[in-house]
Each structure stands twice: as C-alpha cells, then as structure tokens.
Design a protein around this ligand. Sequence first.
Ligand code: AMP
Length: 114
Amino acid sequence: MVGCIFCKIAGKQIPGKIVYEDELVVAFEDVEPKAPVHILIIPREHIPTVLELTPAHKEALFRMHEAAIKIAKERNIDSRGFRLVMNTNAEAGQSVFHIHMHLLGGRHLSWPPG
Ligand code: AMP
C-alpha cells in the first residue's frame, strides 16, 4: 500500500536488513531492537491488523510461523526460548499498521509483558 513503510521494505524501495524472504513473507531486523534477537516477520500483502485476517491468509500466516522457526534455529534461540508477538491497535502499542510478528529472544523475557 502506498505510504506503508513495511510494504516499502518488502518491495526494497527503502532499506531494511532482510534476513528471509519468499513469495509470501519477508523477515527483517527491527530498527530498534528490544532484545538481542528482534526480527519482524510480515506478509507481503498489506493487512492493517489481525482483525482483517480471513481464511485466504492461512498460507501466509503459516509461512510467517515457518520463517520464525527457521530464524529462531539459525540464531540458536529455539531451545533457549523465544516469543512471537503481534500487537493490535492502540492499547497494545501497535505503531505500524501492516501486520507483523515480532520474534524476540536471546535474553530472559519477563511475563506478563508491561
Ligand atoms: P509495533 O509497535 O508492534 O507496531 O511494532 C513496530 C516495530 O517496527 C517497532 O518495534 C519498530 O522499532 C519497528 N520499525 C519501525 N520502522 C522500522 C523500519 N524502518 N525498519 C525496521 N523496523 C522498524
């Protein structure tokens, strides 16, 4: 979508440290990492929030999880532990309205989150 920063990263119109991509999803380093491993995994399709998901997105959602698992293994955080987070709307702190899964790991992650 025009003006969406994550569409621009996926389309290579602006720089991003892409660590994985296929025809459905793209994964890149978060510009302000909150943990030693902080990767954002997005569908190429512009979907503003999880509230707009439909059964047509099943494959992309599965691929996002597959990418997260692959990256977690590559970064050696799979058995240590990691967290997958999708913030939705204001009270959860969503700031970019193109759905994205945060892959966080490499340190102890407290629970519950703030
Ligand atoms: P959220 O607050 O859940 O919407 O997460 C948005 C995330 O996108 C934040 O962790 C930001 O640090 C990250 N972010 C914003 N702009 C960029 C960018 N250009 N490249 C990489 N990460 C970004």
